[in-house]
Design a protein around this ligand. Structure first.
Ligand SMILES: NC(=O)c1ccc[n+]([C@@H]2O[C@H](COP(=O)([O-])OP(=O)(O)OC[C@H]3O[C@@H](n4cnc5c(N)ncnc54)[C@H](OP(=O)(O)O)[C@@H]3O)[C@@H](O)[C@H]2O)c1
Length: 272
């Protein structure tokens, strides 16, 4: 991802200096108009905005490589991390006089610099204004708040939603294949179906509804039976049935599916 971000910046006309732990992976940038630094510190010294895109576990170690050189500069981390990690790095940066932004990339490398790419960013608005031309080279720059963890919270929420929905789609594809239904047919139907159901999800009143949790919990065993019959692993389905039954046991049987978010927060009486 880091090399795609750097390439997009070069193409957008920015002056770019790259550094990568394994030098061979950065060497090719010399041919595309970017500087190639031999140390993280050299890359930082050559830059006003410092972008960090590394594995989540290595962010802190990479920052320590050039901490002193970052004083007075903008540091934009776009490595995926939790809101707590972002808050911790914001404290680390504040002690060193570094203007910190945290980002979440809602894209895979092939989507960078296309209309399909959104970059969530949080931190001081003034600092974001300084870094926006950099972020805009990668996709839609979406400033989401002053809190250091504001971008990461949305990033984690959206990625988690994606993984859980993809789990359901993978199951539907496997089940479809067992019944001679093509992936294309499944995928073509799943988006309009989810859009229709999502429009029905909010139910602020928590009043009795036509499609209650109780009804859904009662029928859920059918999906598990069909899964076993089709020899498709029910691993992604089973926890949903368990959650629905927990909601009924907690007294939410007559409510709509929006109560499930309260249940997941451990709010047993279902009040927001
Ligand atoms: N790829 C995606 O679709 C995508 C989408 C959104 C967000 N992201 C985020 O972008 C970040 C990078 O992902 P990626 O796909 O580029 O992963 P990647 O291809 O595995 O690259 C990881 C990078 O981290 C560096 N690195 C790892 N440990 C390091 C250490 N201890 N010290 C210095 N550098 C270290 C690697 O350097 P070496 O080359 O020396 O190993 C490499 O440049 C991650 O936080 C990921 O969650 C990725």
């Amino acid at each position: 991802m880091g090399s795609v971000l750097a390439t997009a910046l070069v193409r957008a006309g920015h002056r770019v200096t790259v550094w990568n732990r394994t030098p061979e992976r950065a060497a090719s940038f010399a041919g595309v108009g970017a500087g190639v630094a031999s140390s993280a510190r050299d890359a930082v010294e050559a830059s006003d905005v410092v972008v960090v895109c590394v594995t989540p576990a290595s962010v802190n170690a990479v920052l320590e490589l050039a901490a002193e050189a970052m004083e007075g500069k903008v540091l934009l981390n776009v490595s995926t991390r939790t809101p707590q990690h972002a808050a911790s790095t914001a404290r680390w940066a504040a002690k060193r006089g570094i203007a910190y932004l945290d980002g979440g990339i809602l894209a895979v490398p092939s989507m960078i610099a296309t209309a399909a790419s959104t970059i969530l960013v949080s931190g001081s608005r003034d600092v974001f204004d300084r870094a926006e031309p950099v972020v805009a080279a990668w996709g839609q720059a979406n400033y989401v708040g002053a809190g250091p963890g504001d971008a990461a919270a949305r990033d984690i929420a959206l990625l988690s939603a994606m993984y859980c929905m993809f789990g359901g789609i993978w199951w539907a594809q496997a089940f479809g294949r067992a019944h001679d239904i093509s992936d294309d047919e499944i995928l073509g139907m799943v988006v309009p179906w989810l859009e229709a159901m999502l429009a029905d999800l909010p139910n602020d009143s928590h009043d009795e509804v036509g499609s209650s949790v109780e009804m859904q919990a009662d029928g859920f065993h059918l999906f598990l039976e069909a899964s076993v019959d089709a020899n498709v692993d029910p691993a992604v389905l089973a926890p949903i049935g368990d959650l629905l039954r927990r909601a009924v046991a907690a007294g939410h049987g007559k409510r709509g599916l929006d109560v499930m978010a309260d249940l997941l927060r451990g709010d047993s009486d279902g009040d927001r």
